[in-house]
Each structure stands twice: as structure tokens, then as C-alpha cells.
Design a protein around this ligand. Structure first.
Ligand SMILES: NC(=O)C1=CN([C@@H]2O[C@H](COP(=O)(O)OP(=O)(O)OC[C@H]3O[C@@H](n4cnc5c(N)ncnc54)[C@H](OP(=O)(O)O)[C@@H]3O)[C@@H](O)[C@H]2O)[C@H](O)CC1
Ligand SMILES: [K+]
Length: 518
């Protein structure tokens, strides 16, 4: 799903209005109707007090229209207009008149700040600023936002929490509403996915207001949100007359004394996503544990016992994963340098391979184009230096991917894969995955998909999604705390199966049951 910029949303509005011969106020009515239905289906006429805070633009217009619909259904509504500008939008004014026609008079809030108290059991609808926010709110408006935040009431934000920019960090925490739920129109907003700004909302849902799908399809976007339909479309079915050679041969290079398990996890994940053959290259101390734990995997050992001092690549290997448990020994640095000087195969670089590259930056030039880097934020910081906001981190990530002509898989609560100027934001995963070895599993999965012939971007996006999905399935039975990297590997099969599960139309199921009962 595409993530549009504020400018693109406005363009999509205009395009839709012209193509379907509707008015902008009809579009606002659709948006408000969806918000109202969401609330009404949950509150079912509950007389709880609802405070609707509106701005003076179209976000405010949405708020006024929702307030009118609530009033028509006899909800206990109080409406406020936060009068932060004289430039009221046309559709705001239309909806203000409609509200007054129904004898619902808003309280106007200005610098003098006469604020009505909000009970902690009340509901607040926040429609003060939407995606039109383009500067910090004035201090008195910040006081209104703080008043709402301090109330303890349930806060529902329309489109985006007021005070949150689409593509920029707020300059202060108090400038932004903290929303329990955001009902966002048509496209998720980039700021919902970044650690710094996602903290302003607990949960978001999308409401489809019918913007033209063709316009959205053709819009060139810098970010996409990756869900089941996008990943299912990448899947390459296995062929009936195929054999293990059809699905590639991956080599996992890594491990040092005490860290052979990292290679084991990666190799097992590589196999489990379907690579035809998997070999590992490890220090001699890794021979016994790997042969014992993974009978399907071939093991090649270094002449050193505790660390790798050279890299030997068996014939017909088509992708190499490098770095897990590798360590930073001088022998290993030399091994990596010599290897990179000869190597032409695509690489999946993780953990200590990234740390060695950060400490020896001249080696970065030797990484072949079309490789994959899988850093967590600390490893990424070592590679590119620090950043002042998450948005700057995104720019650095895009730049790094462009310079290396490779995929950058920037790990986090929403892992983002960057390639060719686009960031693909993952939708799966959970906090249980913050556990040792989970990154080794991801690097192995990426490698296993590349081995089978997925291109590097598809492999990275799909592996990231399945990795998170496997963990999401696992926690439904074992909870977050008991999730381990091994459990993520165990669930890869279930994640593949889930990818192709279709929702059963409920009606059909009901009809069948009724027939069976007759
Ligand atoms: N397709 C859709 O998604 C639809 C969304 N709708 C809703 O419309 C808003 C966006 O409405 P818009 O009028 O563009 O913007 P806002 O309501 O967010 O803001 C209104 C104006 O406020 C000014 N502004 C910006 N920042 C500040 C500030 N810090 N202090 C004071 N004023 C500020 C700015 O105008 P300026 O000319 O003064 O710069 C804004 O234009 C969207 O979020 C949805 O809720 C439609 O209802 C349906 C289609
Ligand atoms: K809002």
C-alpha cells in the first residue's frame, strides 16, 4: 500500500473530485460518515460525554460534520472551535452552518483560553490539525493540546494526531496530541511508523474514503506499507519437476568460539525458507555442533579453531551470507578483506561483517552491487554516523542504499527495506522478537530466498514480512516473553501457509451451516 505525502493526498482529492464529478464537501461528508460509523458501532448510543475539538481547516470541517452526525443520533456532544487562524476553509464554513442549523453552537476557544474541564471517562474527538499542519502550533494552542492530553479521556484523532507532522519530527513533545486511536483517511502516514513519532498514537486504522485508485496506483511514492497482498504477489511457486539444484546453494560464513549458534540459526532459517542446499563456513570449533544440530547442512571449517582466517567458497554457491557471530579478530578482518577482493557473488551482510566494514570503510567499495545489508540501528549508526531525528535516519538510509546500489534492511519495530529510492515498511512483527538471534534468522531467510532466485529486493521484503509473521503467529500461543529465535524458524512454515489463506466469506459459511442443520 502506498504512503502518500500531504501534497499527493491533496492532489488525489482534486483528481477524485474532478473524475467523479463530486464536490469537496461530499468527500468530507464521506470521511465524516466513516468516522461516525466507527464511533457509533462501538458506543451504540452510550450517553458518555463527547468533546469534539475542531480546527478551522478541513480537519476541523471533518470534526464539525462528525459532531453533527453524533448529535443527530442523540449523543451527548460538546463542540469547540480552536480559532487559531482567520483563514477558515470553505468546507469548514459549510459544516459550521450545518451545525448551527441543528442548533448545536460551538464554543470558540482563542488566546483567552476559557477551557471546559474534560472528565477522564469522557471521549475527545481531536480534529484540530490534520495533514495541513506546516509549522509549530502557537503557545496558546499548545495549552489546548496539553489540556486534552492531561485529561485522561479516551482520545480519537481524526486523520492524524493534531500537532504531528506527516514527514518531520515535532520540535516539542507537548505540541502533539497523544491519541488512543487514529482514524486515518485512505493512506497511512509515514510518522506512524517511526519510533520517535509513533509514540503519539496507540493504534491506527485506515478508513477508505474512495479516493481514485488509479491516481494512487500511478503516484510515485517514496514509501510503501507492505502487507499480505504485496508479499503474496512476490511468491514464486515451486515447480513440479524441480530438484534441489533449482533452489540454489547458499553459503553462511560466520561464527567464532562461543558464537557458533548464530550460524546454526542463520543456516537453519536459510533452509527453512526453501534454499536447495546450504553450506556453512566456520572456525574448526564449529564442526561438531553444526554437524550434530543440522544434518541437512554441509560444514566447511577454517584452519583456525576459534575464528575465521580465510573464506573458502564451494562450487556452485550463488549467494553468501556473512557476519553472524563472526567476531572482530584481526585474522577475520584479513579474511574478509581477501574475500571481498575476489568475490563477485551477491552478499547478505549482517552483524560483525557490518561492524568490520564500519571500522574499515575502504572495504565498503568492494561489496558487490545488488547485495543486502541488514543492520539494526546501532550497526547502521556505526556505518553512517549519527542522526538528529528519525526522518534524518531515513534520508541516510536512502543515501546508503543508493551509494552501495544495494538493499538496506533497517531493522526496528517496523523494519524498512530501502532500494532504488523507495522505503518498504514492514507491517508484521512484535516486541517478543527483541531477543538474541532473531537478526541471524532474518539474515538467513533473506539469503535463502536469494538462493532460490528471488531478486534482492523481493527477498528482503518477503523475508522481513515472513519473519515478523512467524513471530506474530507464535505469540498467539506462547506469548511475547517465551518467543526465541528458534521459535521464529519453527513458525516459518506456518507463515508461508498464512500468506495464502483466504478469509472465508462469513455469509457463505453461515448458509452452509444452516443447510447442514436443516
Ligand atoms: N483525502 C483526504 O484525506 C481528505 C482529508 N480531509 C481532511 O482534510 C484535512 C486536511 O485539511 P487542510 O485544510 O488541508 O489542513 P488542516 O485542517 O490540517 O489545517 C488547516 C490550516 O491550518 C494552517 N496551519 C498549519 N499549521 C498551522 C499552525 N501551526 N498554526 C496555525 N495554523 C496552521 C494551514 O494554513 P496556512 O495557510 O495558515 O498555512 C492549514 O491549511 C485532512 O487531515 C483530513 O482531516 C477532507 O475532509 C476529506 C479528504
Ligand atoms: K487531527
Amino acid at each position: 500500500m502506498k504512503i502518500l505525502s500531504a501534497k499527493q493526498v491533496h492532489e488525489a482529492d482534486n483528481f477524485t473530485i474532478q473524475k467523479y464529478g463530486i464536490t469537496s464537501d461530499m468527500l468530507m461528508e464521506r470521511a465524516a460518515d466513516q468516522v461516525f460509523n466507527w464511533i457509533h458501532s462501538r458506543l451504540q448510543g452510550n450517553p458518555i460525554k463527547i468533546h469534539v475539538f475542531c480546527g478551522i481547516g478541513n480537519n476541523g470541517g471533518d470534526g464539525l460534520a462528525v459532531a453533527r452526525m453524533l448529535k443527530e443520533h442523540d449523543y451527548n456532544v460538546v463542540v469547540y472551535v480552536v480559532n487559531y487562524s482567520e483563514k477558515r476553509s470553505k468546507d469548514f464554513l459549510i459544516n459550521l452552518d450545518r451545525l448551527k442549523e441543528r442548533k448545536l453552537w460551538p464554543e470558540f476557544i482563542d488566546e483567552n483560553l476559557h477551557l471546559t474541564s474534560i472528565g477522564k471517562d469522557d471521549v475527545v474527538i481531536d480534529a484540530i490539525f490534520g495533514i495541513g499542519l506546516n509549522r509549530d502550533p502557537e503557545p496558546w494552542v499548545v495549552k489546548v493540546l496539553s489540556h486534552i492530553n492531561a485529561s485522561g479521556a479516551f482520545v480519537l484523532s481524526v486523520d492524524i494526531p493534531s500537532g504531528l507532522f506527516m514527514e518531520q519530527a515535532p520540535s516539542s513533545e507537548e505540541n502533539v496530541i497523544k491519541a488512543d486511536v487514529v482514524l486515518s483517511f485512505q493512506t497511512p502516514k509515514l510518522s506512524f511508523f517511526l519510533p520517535e513519532t509513533a509514540s503519539y498514537l496507540n493504534h491506527w486504522e485506515l478508513l477508505d474514503i474512495g479516493l481514485d485508485p488509479e491516481f494512487i496506483y500511478n503516484a510515485p511514492t517514496e514509501y510503501q506499507y507492505i502487507g499480505k497482498p504485496e508479499v503474496a504477489a512476490l511468491y514464486r511457486p515451486r515447480l513440479k519437476f524441480s530438484h534441489k539444484g533449482t533452489y540454489g546453494h547458499a553459503l553462511i560464513v560466520g561464527g567464532s568460539y562461543g558464537k557458533i549458534g548464530a550460524v546454526q540459526l542463520a543456516a537453519k532459517a536459510t533452509l527453512t525458507v526453501g534454499a536447495g542446499l546450504v553450506s556453512t563456513y566456520v572456525p574448526a570449533c564449529g564442526y561438531m555442533p553444526l554437524q550434530t544440530a543440522l544434518p541437512e547442512v554441509m560444514v566447511i571449517t577454517d584452519e583456525q579453531n576459534k575464528q575465521i582466517s580465510a573464506v573458502e567458497v564451494p562450487e556452485k554457491v550463488n549467494v553468501i551470507c556473512l557476519g553472524m557471530g563472526l567476531g572482530l579478530h584481526d585474522d577475520t578482518k584479513i579474511a574478509l578483506t581477501n574475500f571481498l577482493k575476489k568475490n563477485k557473488l551477491p552478499l547478505a551482510l549482517d552483524a560483525d561483517a557490518l561492524n568490520l566494514l564500519s571500522a574499515n570503510r575502504q572495504l565498503l567499495k568492494l561489496v558487490p552491487e545488488g547485495s543486502v545489508f541488514t543492520p539494526h540501528p546501532k550497526e547502521f549508526e556505526r556505518l553512517v554516523g549519527t542522526w538528529s531525528s528519525d526522518f534524518e535516519k531515513l534520508e541516510k538510509a536512502k543515501k546508503f542504499s543508493a551509494q552501495t546500489k544495494s538493499v538496506l534492511v533497517l531493522k526496528g519495530a517496523h523494519t524498512i527495506c530501502f532500494y532504488n529510492g523507495v522505503g518498504y515498511i514492514n507491517s508484521t512483527g512484535n516486541p517478543g522478537m527483541a531477543t538474541g538471534g532473531s537478526g541471524d534468522v532474518l539474515a538467513g531467510m533473506v539469503t535463502g530466498l536469494i538462493a532460490q532466485g528471488y531478486d534482492v529486493l523481493a527477498a528482503s521484503v518477503m523475508a522481513t514480512y515472513l519473519h515478523g509473521l512467524s513471530a506474530d503467529i507464535a505469540v498467539t500461543t506462547i506469548g511475547y516473553e517465551a518467543l526465541t529465535a528458534s521459535k521464529i524458524i519453527e513458525g516459518i512454515g506456518a507463515a508461508f501457509v498464512e500468506l495464502f489463506k483466504r478469509e472465508q466469506p462469513q455469509q457463505q459459511g453461515q448458509q452452509q451451516q444452516e443447510r447442514a442443520e436443516q
